[in-house]
Design a protein around this ligand. Structure first.
Ligand SMILES: [Fe+2]
Length: 296
């Protein structure tokens, strides 16, 4: 059996295992998980010829979505105490470099194999190591109640965490034989905000070309503005960590406290805890919690 057929057969076995699992957990036929798994069975059964890279990635991403839906479903069941399923939560220092979703030389001639090996295996690895180290040292700081290095480790957390998150997105954002234009909702959202795909592409390219020093150009979704946006970032982050969503924030600009507290920022921070609206934080958390990428 060649590599491709072995892969399809693995997907088929995975699909069967998921169905057996639903059955063993007495998940009723009315659950949409059954429908999703049945549609996936049809997808695999109708594969008659080797698929292109992009079709294979679509298939894999479909499987990952179903897997995540199942995890969500069983996590919710866990919360109401009916069954126990372990959720993948990365512990402090638990990050790893995700595998490259194609061969090192697959992006040639546009990006050489040598760059890809160095970029993925060494640069990305260094960010993962730095992120793990920052998380472990912040854990130690909490345990020892010694926050004298909080500025250093917070900076490391932002720099390396954003480096890890953005590179993880970057690898999957590329594919051999890619290019062209997006379709469907992405094209619609681009055209409605930027005016045209060409206008967006020009702005994104200029943002990338004009980053001062090292950095990134990013196309982002703004949940509050409810439209796409193009941003530049220097280094990876400027002290934030990309791919995260704020739940609780505290303004420590002088305009937020100076008239009342003068230079006693610490007193303002200590008093601020009397005002926190935890119901609001909980409601934000409940809304964003279903959003999960693969854990690395
Ligand atoms: Fe990089």
């Amino acid at each position: 059996m060649d590599h491709f057929h072995r892969y399809i057969s693995e997907l088929f076995n995975w699909n069967e295992q998921m169905k057996n699992y639903l059955e063993s957990e007495n998940v009723g036929v009315e659950s949409e998980l059954w429908g999703k798994l049945d549609r996936f069975t049809n997808l695999i059964e109708n594969v008659s010829k080797p698929l292109s890279n992009s079709e294979l990635l679509d298939l894999q991403s479909e499987a990952e979505t179903i897997q995540e839906d199942m995890e969500d479903y069983f996590n919710r069941k866990q919360e109401i105490g009916s069954i126990w399923v372990k959720e993948t939560v990365l512990p402090p220092g638990g990050h790893s470099v995700p595998p490259l979703p194609y061969a090192y030389n697959a992006l040639e001639p546009y990006i050489s194999e040598e760059i890809m090996r160095l970029h993925h295996d060494q640069h990305h690895k260094a960010y993962v190591d730095g992120l793990n180290k920052a998380e472990i040292n912040l854990k130690k700081a909490r345990e020892s109640n010694d926050f004298s290095l909080i500025k250093h480790w917070s900076r490391e957390l932002a720099f390396n965490g954003s480096g890890h998150n953005l590179h993880s997105i970057f690898w999957s954002n590329m594919i051999p034989g890619g290019g062209g234009r997006p379709k469907g909702v992405v094209l619609g959202a681009i055209e409605s905000y930027f005016g045209s795909f060409e206008a967006f592409k020009k702005q994104f390219s200029e943002a990338a070309k004009q980053v001062e020093g090292s950095g990134w150009a990013l196309l982002v979704w703004s949940p509050r503005s409810r439209h796409l946006e193009v941003l530049q970032t220097e280094k990876h982050m400027d002290f934030s960590q990309w791919d995260t969503i704020p739940l609780l924030v505290l303004d420590v600009w002088e305009h937020a406290y100076y008239l009342q507290y003068k230079n006693k920022r610490a007193a303002y921070v200590d008093n601020w805890w009397n005002l926190v609206n935890w119901s609001d934080v909980e409601s934000r958390f409940e809304k964003v919690r279903p959003l999960k990428w693969l854990a690395f």
